[in-house]
Design a protein around this ligand. Structure first.
Ligand SMILES: [Zn+2]
Length: 288
């Protein structure tokens, strides 16, 4: 694990720790003698390491753990910060037993692959939930949590106005290859909302939960345009392939090939997401 960003005790800033899997970024917001953890990490070691950095040898205490959404890489470590309040969208708390079991099974599978033993892990129990938005205080800083479904039906993001920073969860994790795990239209809407927020809050830094940080406003807006234009193109492509009367899997494959050609870069197995995005668009078309 590598620290991409650190802030010394007493100062206002972010802590970003890169984990070993999926370019995952465990994030902290720190100010004065307080800190909050956002999606705290993958392995117990990584989570403990983030905690160590946030606590800065006892100079700070972690007051909140924010869970942006219920995917299993984001809920890990929710209970690793004694005394912290657990905060998440109400949709995370509302996940039915069946979904929870699926999420925990997904986590167990990855744990096994990594040789991580974490059998006592349970689905998070929230101390505070929110429908639309929630305001947290961290030292001198305010952190605004906003519900923003699209990547999943329970996704939220965080804005730290003073730092001109947006923590985008699983949005903008690989601009040009949207990581939609729920529905296409809300995913696009979420990107439109983020565009407005970036302008409104004069955001200069976007920290996605995976991969590279986006460190200018221009780059952030460009990244959002890439996501939106991707879906615009994909919608047309799905329509075009669909009227040929092919079987669904062939429609999806043809769309994935077109999206790969449009990109002009071979992303390897990651490009499987193209077919998955096409499937979500197709489902939407057939549902209307
Ligand atoms: Zn996710």
């Amino acid at each position: 694990m590598t620290l991409l960003m650190d802030t010394p005790p007493g100062e206002n800033g972010l802590v970003v720790q890169r984990c070993g899997l999926w370019g995952y970024n465990a994030i902290g917001v720190v100010s004065g003698d307080e800190a909050i953890a956002v999606d705290p990490g993958i392995t117990p070691e990584e989570i403990a390491s983030l905690r160590g950095t946030l606590e800065a040898g006892g100079a700070r205490r972690v007051t909140h753990v924010v869970i942006t959404h219920s995917h299993h890489d984001h809920i890990r470590g929710w209970n690793a910060f004694p005394g912290a309040e657990i905060v998440a969208p109400s949709t995370v708390a509302a996940k039915p037993e069946k979904s929870r079991a699926r999420i925990l099974a997904g986590k167990a599978k990855i744990d096994e692959r990594m040789g991580v033993v974490d059998d006592s892990f349970t689905y998070p129990t929230m101390d505070r939930t929110f429908d639309e938005a929630c305001l947290l205080k961290v030292g001198e800083l305010e952190v605004e949590l906003r519900s923003l479904p699209g990547h999943s039906d329970c996704t939220s993001i965080a804005i730290v106005p003073e730092l001109k920073a947006l923590l985008s969860a699983d949005y903008l994790v690989s601009p040009g290859l949207p990581y939609c795990r729920w529905e296409a239209a809300p995913f696009e809407r979420a990107n439109e909302v983020m565009k407005d927020l970036i302008v409104e809050y004069d955001v200069e830094l976007v920290v996605p939960a995976h991969n590279d940080l986006i460190d200018t406003q221009g780059a952030a807006l460009t990244a959002i345009e890439e996501e939106l234009s991707y879906f615009q193109f994909l919608r047309k492509e799905v329509e075009r392939q669909r009227i040929k009367g092919l079987a669904t899997d062939r429609v999806l494959r043809a769309c994935a090939i077109s999206m790969g050609e449009r990109r002009g870069v071979d992303l390897g197995p990651k490009a499987r997401q193209d077919a998955d995005n096409a499937r979500r668009v197709l489902k939407e078309l057939e549902g209307r």
